[in-house]
Ligand binder design. Sequence first.
Ligand SMILES: NC(=O)c1ccc[n+]([C@@H]2O[C@H](COP(=O)([O-])OP(=O)(O)OC[C@H]3O[C@@H](n4cnc5c(N)ncnc54)[C@H](O)[C@@H]3O)[C@@H](O)[C@H]2O)c1
Ligand SMILES: [Fe+2]
Length: 387
Amino acid sequence: MNPFVFEAPTRIEYGEGMAASAAEILKGLGASKILIVSDQGLVKSGVIAPILKCFQEDQSLSTSIFTDVPPDSDVTCVNKAAAQAAKDGCDGVLAIGGGSVLDAAKVVNIALTLGGDVLDYQGMNNLTNRLKPMVAIPTTAGTGSEVSAVAMVRDVAEGKKLLYGSRFLAPDVSILDPTLLVSLPAKLTAATGLDAVTHCIEAYSVEVTRSPLTDVLCLEGLRLLFQSLPQATKHGDDLEARSNTMIAATMAGIAFTNLGVGVVHALAHATGGQFGTHHGTTNSVFLPYGMQFNLEVVAPRYATMARYLKLTDDKNDEVAAQTLIARVKALSGEIGLPSRLRDLGVPALKQDQLENLASLANSDPAIMFNPKEASVQDIIGIYERAY
Ligand SMILES: NC(=O)c1ccc[n+]([C@@H]2O[C@H](COP(=O)([O-])OP(=O)(O)OC[C@H]3O[C@@H](n4cnc5c(N)ncnc54)[C@H](O)[C@@H]3O)[C@@H](O)[C@H]2O)c1
Ligand SMILES: [Fe+2]
């Protein structure tokens, strides 16, 4: 077996109604002036009001509330939230939301703790200090940001997504409360679920630092998603299905934090940065094409996944692997996701625009972990097939 390092720094607290313990958990981490970060969709859905009430009832805590995170966040909003938190003397951060909110809060915490311009900390391993205590309450089951050591924030002016990667970005505690997912609309349930499916498949295909620990997270995470995502999408109040997708997404988050992702994410980041398409939906469109591209080097891995999911018992790896690709496509269709990039409102691109987008994907950090070398031309090929 190859040498490996495995890290899962975030403490996970799971339970129906568990979000109500956020205030106690933050106090336990030594924080008393809490920046609470969320977005308008969550305010409107009524998800955050009961959690805020717990803070208001606790006289030993004060709060500074920022609920204006836009989809995919943005550096401008991060700077605004950080300035507010600094003015209010915050010493801890609570993020309640999907990946956009969680990622924004992580980057806000960089500015709050270390000061200066957040743009100076982008890239991998540019943080040298622990950040202020952070608790994450995910309200989507997909991104894995609640346990991951990365954050992506869009730079709308530049038309790209900025990556921040450091072990200090993993939240101290994540509260998994499946009751918060009940209000998540079917379309977003499906799209965020396919993000987690993509994490399982791309992470399982990465060779470096693979171990039995990551294998089990990817395989079992994928099994839970295949089992429960259709039900969670069709019957959003089924708490067992919601729990399964939530735990699976977190498992996939731990897996990709230790392994990386690949060409599908590289393309989704570039496309999302340019056109603002939703991350999970974009992944779901690129996934079968990215898998087909990687097939010649990872057929045995896909075949193991297909057999683990009991999709096939065919002994031929290539045949078994194709079963997995077909099943991924079928799952997306079954839960109502679009199969073509053009259906996401992405315009037809001229050759120079296509080359520019493929170059962005080709320099995205996610591409480093793809199991097969992918040139700009290869990426254009995947993009065109998905379009
Ligand atoms: N840091 C990581 O490890 C990581 C990994 C993958 C993706 N991401 C990032 O995550 C972002 C996408 O996050 P997302 O897919 O979770 O979507 P999102 O956070 O953008 O949320 C989408 C919409 O769903 C609404 N919503 C969220 N939870 C809800 C609920 N329970 N009820 C009702 N409405 C709800 C929000 O208000 C928002 O309008 C992207 O920016 C992507 O780059 C980060
Ligand atoms: Fe993702």
